[in-house]
Design a protein around this ligand. Structure first.
Ligand SMILES: NC(=O)c1ccc[n+]([C@@H]2O[C@H](COP(=O)([O-])OP(=O)(O)OC[C@H]3O[C@@H](n4cnc5c(N)ncnc54)[C@H](O)[C@@H]3O)[C@@H](O)[C@H]2O)c1
Length: 363
């Protein structure tokens, strides 16, 4: 088991990474959180029962342990579930010393993290991410949140977990489409801040996507955790540099909102498209060179990723997208902070008017 430390202004906490490490969680809790008496594990029915049982078995029998399964899917990041969780905690007299564990993808993690951060102004919280996306991104850095009808993650908090446990073995049961979704975030790190990592991904993406070599996946996860921690350390509350992690996400969120968070497009697929849109804008602003743009497109082709954003975004529906994008947290006045690429491995933040200047892009 590898231990990686995340340092932020508000908290320092470990990420434990390894294979078949779920059974260690009880021991770690005993050492790090000895005052816990009650545990609520939040998950969904799609997460294999065996993981929940391994986690349950690892805790002392003297602790009260309950599993709450919420419905699977993005729509579950809502107020109803937040109320359901906090009502459960109140009814069962959970104190601030007690513990919420999230076991699942980013949806469960964001929702559970949010509920735990507001219940009694903060109860202990542990992330056990089981999707690739959650392992490399959402479980680290303390952003929690839910959606409302106006858009994604519009209600939320910054609240760091006690620790994160990444058991790579859980990826075996992750559907391929979800695996690609997580890979999108790995690719994002390489594009925005680590050109060497991009070169490594060019060589190893097929090993990762085939899910055959866990050691290579581990390297990709570790490098991604490292990238995310570097940014979060510098800027926990997204005052400046952390915004670069949103590369491709403004468009991605608009896409997800437009498709009503349906299975037509998942988060990572939307991010893959969003990153190409951002690369195209970077090209239009003469930041990114044609050569580097082509290299990114070739990477997409090599891995059979959809790069044809015109299938989603066209001159007829741009109005809808602009409207959704104006609800984005990054939108102020009539301007939005665009995250663009200067080159592979270097993102820049550029303020831009969110209006028809986007149209040439769509020709
Ligand atoms: N907080 C942050 O910093 C942050 C960062 C990036 C994304 N996010 C959020 O994360 C969410 C997306 O996360 P996601 O892609 O994990 O989606 P998700 O939570 O919906 O998980 C994807 C699917 O995979 C299933 N699954 C997860 N692990 C599995 C496993 N090991 N075996 C079998 N099935 C498994 C889930 O049940 C679900 O059906 C979005 O809501 C996004 O906004 C948050």
């Amino acid at each position: 088991m590898i231990t990686y430390t995340v340092k932020t202004k508000s908290k320092k906490y470990p990420i434990f990474i390894g294979k078949k490490i779920l059974q260690n969680i009880g021991k770690i809790q005993k050492k790090r959180l000895p005052n816990v008496k009650k545990i609520l594990l939040i998950s969904t029915r799609k997460i294999p029962l065996i993981y929940k049982l391994i986690v349950k078995k690892s805790f002392s029998k003297s602790l009260s342990f309950t599993i709450l399964n919420i419905n699977d899917g993005e729509k579950s990041k809502n107020f109803n579930n937040t109320i359901k969780i906090t009502n459960y905690l109140s009814k069962n007299n959970f104190t601030r010393d007690d513990l919420i564990i999230s076991l699942g993808g980013g949806v469960v993690g964001d929702l559970s993290g949010f509920a735990s951060s507001i219940f009694k102004r903060g109860i202990k919280f542990i992330q056990i991410p089981t999707s690739l996306l959650a392992q490399v991104d959402s479980s680290i850095g303390g952003k929690t949140g839910i959606n409302n009808k106006y858009g994604k993650n519009l209600i939320g908090t910054f609240s760091q977990p006690e620790f994160v446990m990444i058991d790579l073995s859980t990826l075996k049961t992750l559907p391929s489409r979800e695996f690609v979704s997580g890979f999108a975030e790995i690719l994002k790190y390489s594009l925005i801040m680590n050109s060497k990592f991009f070169v490594w991904l060019e060589k190893n993406s097929h090993h990762i996507l085939k899910k055959k070599k866990l050691s290579i996946i581990q390297k990709a996860v570790l490098e991604s955790c490292n990238c995310k921690s570097i940014i979060v350390k510098k800027d926990e509350k997204e005052k400046n540099i952390r915004a670069i992690l949103n590369f491709g996400h403004t468009f991605a969120h608009a896409l997800e909102t437009k498709f009503n968070y349906s299975s037509k497009i998942n988060h990572g697929e939307a991010v893959l498209i969003g990153m190409i849109v951002a690369c195209k804008i970077s090209l239009n602003y003469k930041l990114l060179s044609f050569k580097e743009f082509d290299r990114i497109i070739n990477f997409y082709k090599l891995n059979n990723f959809n790069y044809k954003y015109n299938n989603f975004l066209n001159t007829k529906n741009i109005g809808t997208f602009l409207k959704i994008m104006k609800k984005d947290k990054k939108f102020k006045g009539n301007q939005i902070n665009l995250i663009l690429l200067k080159n592979i491995g270097k993102a820049v933040i550029k303020k831009a008017d969110l209006n028809k200047s986007f149209f040439p892009l769509l020709k």
